[in-house]
Design a protein around this ligand. Structure first.
Ligand code: FEO
Ligand code: CA
Ligand code: CA
Ligand code: CA
Length: 633
C-alpha cells in the first residue's frame, strides 16, 4: 500500500492515480480551440422554442431572462459556511443522518467511535445519494443510496480511517448500499418510522440474483458461486431510478475501488484496465474479505457495475442485478414509458470520455401486468452525437460489436467503443421531462478533454477513444461542465435518432470572458460548477445539484459551496435555491406524495453538520417545506 492518504482522494483523483494525466499539455492549442467553439455554441444554445429557436441567432439572455418567472422563491446568494441555506419562506430540517437508528433498541451515533459493528446494519447508512419515494398501501416509503464511506469519520479511531480488521471491513460494508425506510410527517416534521416492516438495509453482503445475458455465464462464475447466478452485495450505489411498476433502481458506480490484490505483482486480466480495477484497493477490503482479492477471485469484479432493482413494498424480496442494462460506472437510471408502452431507461457512465446509454425493452409495460422481463429482454444502445445538432442511438448487438450478448453485458464499455460512440465529459444524472419529449444529462466536467499525452497524441478514455473537443463537449480542459439536452425523433424515446443542444454551459463570467465564462444563462448571480444530480419536477422545472470545487477561489471564485439550483427549460433561466455545508456535495432529490416536501441529500460535509461543534460530520437527508405548506414541485 502506498503512503498516500487514500481517504482524502476524490473518485477523480483515485482514477488519476490509476491512469495518470499527461505531464505536458498543449494549453495554447486547447484554449484556442475552445474559443473558436463559441460561434458554434451560439447556434446550438437554445432557450426554449419559437423566437428563441435555432437559426434566429442566440437569443439575448436578458430578453429571455426578463420573461415571466416560474420560480416560487427568491434566489439566494452563495455560501461558504458549514450549514444549509434555503430561500426566505422555506424551512429545512434533518430527516435522516448516518448512524441514525431504523429500529428501536439501537442507539444513535456514538461520535467517539463512529458507531459499533453490531448496529451498523440497523442504522441509516453513510454518504446519502440517489433516492426515490414510494407510496406503499398509503404509507410513505423511501429508498436511499449510500454511495461510499468516509473512513476518517466512520472509523475515527483508526489511522487515516483505514480498516485494520475483518470487523472494520464488515462495518464499512454495512454502512453502504441502500436503506429502505418508512417515513411519516408529524407535528415536528418528518421522521423515520422505527421498526416499520418496510425498514431494511441492503449492503455489500446482501444476497441478490443476476438476470439477463450474463447470468450463469462463465465470466461471472466464482468459487463461491459456481452457478454465476447469485451475487453478494451491491457496490457504490450512486444515482437512482424508479420504474413505472413501483420498484427502485440503484446504480453501481465506482465499484472498481473495492477490489485489490494481496499479490502485488499479480497479472491482472486485460479487461480490468478499462474499468480501473487495480492491484491497489481503496478500502483494504481485499486484505480482510477474500472475495475482494482479485488474485484469488478474478471474476468477482465482473459481477458488479450494474443496475440493481429492489422492491420496496416487499422487504423479503431478493434484489435483482440486471446485466442487460450493461456494466459501466452507472450514475443513475432515468425511466420513461414510450408511446407504444416499451420501457426506456437512460443511463450515464461517469468517467472521463465514457458514454451515454439507452435501454429499450422488448416487451411493453401494462399496469398490473407482468413486468419481469422489461429490464431483462431488450436492446442496449449508446449515443453518437454529430456536430450538426443531430444524433443517433447505436445498438450494441452481436452483429454490431462482434461480441456475444453476455460479453456485451459484462464488457459494455468495450462494446460501445466498437460502434464509435461519442466520448462524453463524464455523464452524470439523466432526467426525462414529464411534460415534454426531451431529456437532459449533466456532463459534470472533464479536465482532460482536448489534452495531449506525454508523447504528443490526443488523449483518450481508458479504451483509447479520443476525447476530441466538439459536439456536446465543446470545451477543452473543461472544469465547469454542461448539460446536454436531446429531443427524440417523432417525440418517441424509442426512436433511432434525436436532435440535441446544450441547455447550459456552466462557467465563471467574472474570471473569464471566453467560452469558460459559460453560456448566456450563466451570470455572476447564479454561477456554479460541476452539475451532477438532476431531477425534473411535475411542473417541468429542472433541479440541478452540484458536486464540484467549493474552494471559492481562482477558477471557482464566487461560486461558493456546492448547491442546488432550479432551471426553467422554457426561458433558460437558472436560479440558486439551496447551498450546502462546506465540503459537502448536494445529491439526491425526491418529493413526498403530496409534493409539499422535498427531500434533498447532503453528502460528506466537512463541517460538523448538522449536529454542531465537537460532533462528527454526518451525511444527512433534509426535508424542505414552504412555511405556507404550498407545493414545492
Ligand atoms: Fe456518484 Fe458520478 O457520482
Ligand atoms: Ca453523482
Ligand atoms: Ca460527481
Ligand atoms: Ca459523491
Amino acid at each position: 500500500m502506498s503512503d498516500v492518504d487514500l481517504s482524502n482522494l476524490s473518485w477523480d483523483e483515485w482514477d488519476e492515480r490509476i491512469n495518470p494525466p499527461p505531464a505536458v499539455t498543449d494549453f495554447d492549442r486547447v484554449v484556442e480551440t475552445a474559443i473558436s467553439r463559441r460561434g458554434f455554441l451560439g447556434g446550438l444554445l437554445v432557450f426554449g422554442s419559437g423566437a428563441a429557436a435555432l437559426g434566429t441567432g442566440l437569443l439575448s439572455p436578458s430578453a429571455a431572462l426578463a420573461s415571466t418567472s416560474r420560480f416560487a422563491f427568491k434566489p439566494i446568494p452563495i455560501a461558504t459556511d458549514g450549514t444549509v441555506h434555503v430561500p426566505e419562506g422555506y424551512t429545512w430540517k434533518p430527516l435522516a443522518k448516518w448512524g441514525q437508528p431504523l429500529f428501536s433498541g439501537v442507539s444513535d451515533l456514538d461520535h467517539a467511535t463512529g458507531g459499533d459493528l453490531a448496529s451498523s446494519d440497523k442504522v441509516f447508512g453513510e454518504n446519502t445519494d440517489g433516492m426515490e419515494a414510494f407510496l406503499v398501501g398509503g404509507r410513505q416509503v423511501i429508498a436511499i443510496n449510500h454511495e461510499y464511506v468516509n473512513e476518517k469519520v466512520n472509523l475515527p479511531k483508526n489511522e487515516k480511517g483505514m480498516p485494520t480488521s475483518a470487523d472494520d471491513v464488515v462495518k464499512l460494508q454495512n454502512l453502504q448500499g441502500v436503506t429502505v425506510m418508512e417515513i411519516a410527517e408529524g407535528d415536528d416534521g418528518w421522521s423515520i418510522v422505527l421498526d416499520s416492516p418496510y425498514n431494511r438495509r441492503i449492503h455489500h453482503r446482501t444476497p441478490m440474483k443476476l438476470t439477463g445475458p450474463a447470468a450463469g455465464h462463465d465470466l461471472v462464475k466464482t468459487d463461491l458461486d459456481p452457478t454465476g447466478m447469485e451475487v453478494l452485495g451491491t457496490l457504490n450505489n450512486c444515482g437512482s431510478g424508479k420504474t413505472p411498476w413501483g420498484t427502485y433502481l440503484t446504480c453501481e458506480e465506482n465499484f472498481n475501488g473495492y477490489f485489490g490484490s494481496t499479490v502485488a505483482d499479480a497479472k491482472l486480466p486485460g479487461d480490468y484496465k478499462r474499468y480501473g480495477i487495480a492491484a491497489e484497493g481503496r478500502y483494504a477490503y481485499e486484505k480482510f474479505d477474500e472475495r475482494f482479492d482479485v488474485s484469488k477471485h478474478p471474476n468477482e469484479p465482473r459481477r458488479h457495475g450494474y443496475v440493481v432493482e429492489i422492491d420496496p413494498s416487499k422487504p423479503d424480496s431478493t434484489p435483482l442485478k440486471h446485466t442487460a442494462l450493461g456494466r459501466i460506472k452507472h450514475e443513475n437510471a432515468a425511466c420513461v414509458v414510450a408511446r407504444d408502452g416499451r420501457v426506456v431507461v437512460y443511463m450515464g457512465d461517469d468517467e472521463r470520455g465514457e458514454f451515454l446509454y439507452r435501454w429499450v425493452s422488448n416487451g411493453v409495460y401494462v399496469p398490473g401486468g407482468d413486468t419481469s422481463t422489461l429490464l431483462v429482454d431488450g436492446t442496449l444502445s449508446v449515443a453518437k452525437f454529430a456536430e450538426d445538432g443531430n444524433g443517433e442511438w447505436l445498438a450494441l448487438t452481436p452483429e454490431s460489436t462482434g461480441m456475444s450478448a453476455a460479453e456485451i453485458a459484462v464488457f459494455t464499455r468495450m462494446a460501445a467503443s466498437k460502434v464509435g460512440a461519442t466520448t462524453m465529459d463524464r455523464p452524470e444524472w439523466v432526467a426525462v421531462s414529464p411534460v415534454a419529449a426531451e431529456a437532459y444529462c449533466c456532463l459534470t466536467n472533464n479536465s482532460r478533454r482536448g489534452t495531449l499525452t506525454d508523447d504528443g497524441k490526443p488523449r483518450g478514455n481508458a479504451g483509447g477513444d479520443v476525447m476530441a473537443v466538439g459536439g456536446p463537449n465543446p470545451r477543452a480542459k473543461n472544469e465547469y461542465g454542461q448539460i446536454v439536452r436531446w429531443y427524440p425523433a417523432d417525440e418517441d424515446h424509442t426512436a433511432g435518432g434525436f436532435k440535441w443542444d446544450l441547455y447550459v454551459m456552466a462557467g465563471n463570467p467574472v474570471v473569464h470572458k471566453d467560452a469558460y465564462a459559460g453560456s448566456g444563462n450563466i451570470n455572476e448571480g447564479n454561477m456554479f460548477n460541476s452539475p451532477d444530480g438532476m431531477m425534473i419536477d411535475s411542473t417541468g422545472l429542472i433541479w440541478i445539484q452540484t458536486d464540484g470545487e467549493d474552494t471559492n477561489e481562482g477558477e471557482f471564485a464566487g461560486q461558493g459551496n456546492n448547491q442546488m439550483l432550479a432551471g426553467d427549460p422554457a426561458t433558460g433561466r437558472i436560479e440558486r435555491f439551496l447551498t450546502g455545508p462546506k465540503g459537502s456535495e448536494v445529491t439526491g432529490l425526491t418529493w413526498s406524495a403530496d409534493r409539499r416536501t422535498m427531500f434533498v441529500g447532503i453528502q460528506h460535509p466537512d463541517a460538523p453538520f448538522p449536529d454542531g461543534e465537537g460532533k462528527l460530520p454526518r451525511s444527512t437527508v433534509i426535508a424542505i417545506k414552504r412555511d405556507d405548506n404550498a407545493l414545492v414541485g
